[in-house]
Ligand binder design. Structure first.
Ligand code: G6P
Length: 369
């Protein structure tokens, strides 16, 4: 087993460190910034097929659902099709408004999650086309979907999903670019800008991993807390949800993600002296808004750890600590900002003596209901 972990103490840490390669592998042969092309050979949808769509549903569970929340944002932004994201366990019992004019994108690392598979079958029965994003070749989801896009993350063993999530984000960005190209909703310049930025993500993720010592120290410092909050707006909120889930799953610290603008509608009552608030501020157009929320929680004594873009000196004035991520395209920040949050959860769990790879009560793949 030690050998399988490649020298790492846990599969989770190994898988976190495999992300540069996994991101790279998920893009290889698919993305050509200079030719202005994205090649997704297993997606057979045509321009006409896409034009006939009234709606896209993204359906998944757990971490894959959190990837879907990012997917909604990028597909709507680039392809201008309305997207709804749903939990598979809710979607299937709701008489979803799905038909021939609907595309259902299911996301599942394992391709075997019972609720996700049932949602796929229900969607097909209702006449929808189904596109699957999965990490396992030959999985049930890959066999039953009309179109498949594989994430090439390699086997993921740790129960807490890491490289599957970041590669799902890349897959969703590829789909958004592909649809936008077919529909003509993206300019050549914008395509090239995003595609070039995507190509840099593996090296940028590596740079974050190379500086993990700092995150480890911070995680150890706050590992004795019972509550930690995560706030952000837009894509930062989507990543906050995933960061909070990681922490809950493996460290058993109670974590909650909040859309920063919603704080004043409830959660602010829980912010007292010393409560850690991890604040994501990577979205330029939302920066001032989130900053005002940071000032609100600081005024109540919170210990604020900001997750910000490299070069943002301004933020240091308002917070206790800053974790920087390299600058990328605004739409792609989740691929990078999740990495420090994965490391934070990991090192907090290790400091608490938790069984990181096999958290209590949880399974890697939930194939029964
Ligand atoms: C389980 C795992 C999670 C995962 C979820 C969905 O709960 O513990 O890490 O996100 O299932 O799994 P899937 O294989 O469908 O992505």
């Amino acid at each position: 087993v030690a050998a399988e972990k490649g020298g790492y103490p846990h599969f989770m840490l190994k898988e976190i460190h495999e992300q540069p390669k996994a991101l790279q592998d998920t893009m290889t042969g698919r993305l050509y910034p200079d030719k202005g092309e994205v090649r997704l050979d297993d997606i057979k949808m045509t321009k006409e097929g896409l034009e006939s769509l009234k709606k896209v549903f993204i359906v998944a569970c757990g971490t894959a659902y959190h990837a879907g929340v990012v997917g909604k944002y990028v597909i709507e932004k680039l392809a201008r099709i309305p997207v709804e994201v749903d939990l598979a366990s809710e979607f299937r019992y709701r008489e979803p408004m799905v038909g021939k004019d609907t595309l259902v994108i299911v996301i599942s690392q394992s391709g075997e999650t019972a609720d996700t598979l049932a949602a796929l079958r229900e969607s097909k029965k209702l006449g929808a086309r189904v596109l699957a994003i999965t990490n396992v070749v030959g999985s049930s989801v890959s066999r039953e979907a009309d179109d498949v896009l594989y994430t090439w993350a390699g086997p993921e063993i740790a129960v807490a999903s890491t490289k599957a999530y970041s590669t799902q984000l890349v897959a969703l960005n590829l789909i958004a670019l592909h649809f936008a190209k077919l529909l003509g909703t993206i300019s050549d310049e914008e395509f090239r800008e995003i595609a070039l930025a995507m190509k840099k993500l593996p090296d940028q993720a590596k740079a974050i991993l190379d500086a993990e010592g700092e995150i480890k120290k911070m995680a150890e410092r706050y590992a004795d807390r019972e509550h930690i909050f995560y706030i952000g707006r837009g894509l930062d909120y989507a990543v906050a949800m995933e960061g909070a889930l990681k922490l809950k799953e493996i460290s058993y610290i109670h974590a909650e993600a909040y859309a920063a603008g919603e704080l004043k509608h409830g959660t602010l009552a829980l912010i007292t002296e010393g409560v850690p608030v991890i604040s994501l501020v990577t979205q330029d157009h939302l920066y001032e808004k989130t900053l005002s929320n940071i000032i609100e929680v600081k005024a109540r004594g919170a210990a604020v750890i900001a997750l910000a873009n490299e070069g943002d000196e301004e933020i240091t004035k308002s917070v206790d600590h800053v974790i920087y991520i390299p600058r990328t395209h605004q739409m792609l920040t989740p691929v990078l900002s999740v990495v420090p949050l994965q490391l934070f959860a990991y090192y907090a769990a290790v400091a608490r003596g938790c069984d990181v790879d096999k958290p209590r009560n949880l399974a890697k793949s939930v194939t029964v209901e």
